[in-house]
Design a protein around this ligand. Structure first.
Ligand SMILES: N[C@@H](CCC(=O)N[C@@H](CS)C(=O)NCC(=O)O)C(=O)O
Length: 216
């Protein structure tokens, strides 16, 4: 059975767990907290970031790399499109999340509202949160809603790694009580709710919500 190393509230750890659940692959979750990981963990994840992954004596780091590996090991159900352009678009949405969306939802919202105050005794920078919510997220939501057009998913007719990579960050928003405004972004709001209602996401959302409630 493979092992995922990381903390449940990390959007990237969640992305790998949802990906494995969609494939029906059982795994062990080994808790590792980010920031300040030791030399042993860095052998698996040289940048010290979670998640890391072990499959027998092979280890990998980075959610995108891990998902790509798992797809090759377990091709069915396919979570990457077969059409070359759609395939690249699915990778793009992973990158959009990793290089763009999380810089706002993570550092400027979830970290400020949950991680800082709860785990590092750091007060929320309310001005940073306000600016992120009012000025930085809306153009991202406009973009994502535009990309959805009238489709059920971001790329093609079925769920892809791109949807998982994007929607995992909306779980962190949910944990701070933020939902997409359905009046302003009706398609995006419905899409996020639909993806989050899948058993792969729903189970983790419930588990994490209970965890956060218990720690409050
Ligand atoms: N591109 C990486 C991002 C992983 C990442 O940034 N993880 C965060 C937690 S959500 C982390 O470990 N941060 C600690 C650090 O940067 O030192 C992935 O897709 O796995």
């Amino acid at each position: 059975m493979p092992t995922v190393y990381g903390a449940g509230l990390s959007p990237f750890v969640r992305k790998v767990r949802v990906f494995l659940a969609e494939k029906g692959i059982p795994y062990d979750l080994e808790p590792v907290l980010p920031f300040g990981t030791g030399p042993e963990f860095k052998k698996m994840s040289p940048l010290g970031r979670i998640p890391a992954f072990r499959d027998g004596d092979r280890t990998l780091a980075d959610s995108s790399v891990i998902c790509a590996y798992v797809e090759r090991r377990h091709p069915s159900p396919a979570l990457y499109p077969s059409d070359p352009y759609d395939y690249a678009r699915a990778l793009w949405f992973e990158e959009y999340a990793d290089g763009g969306l999380v810089t706002v939802t993570g550092a400027k919202i979830f970290f400020q509202k949950v991680v800082g105050p709860r785990f590092f005794n750091r007060p929320t920078d309310e001005a940073m949160v306000k600016k992120a919510v009012e000025e930085e997220l809306p153009p991202m939501f406009d973009y994502l809603q535009g990309e959805l057009a009238n489709g059920e998913f971001l790329v093609g007719p079925t769920l892809t790694v791109g949807d998982i990579g994007i929607c995992t960050h909306f779980v962190n928003l949910l944990h701070v009580g933020m939902r997409v405004d359905a009046k302003r972004w009706p398609k995006l709001a419905a899409y996020v709710d639909r993806v989050h209602a899948r058993p792969s996401f729903k189970t983790l959302i419930e588990e994490e919500t209970a965890q956060l409630g218990a720690a409050a």
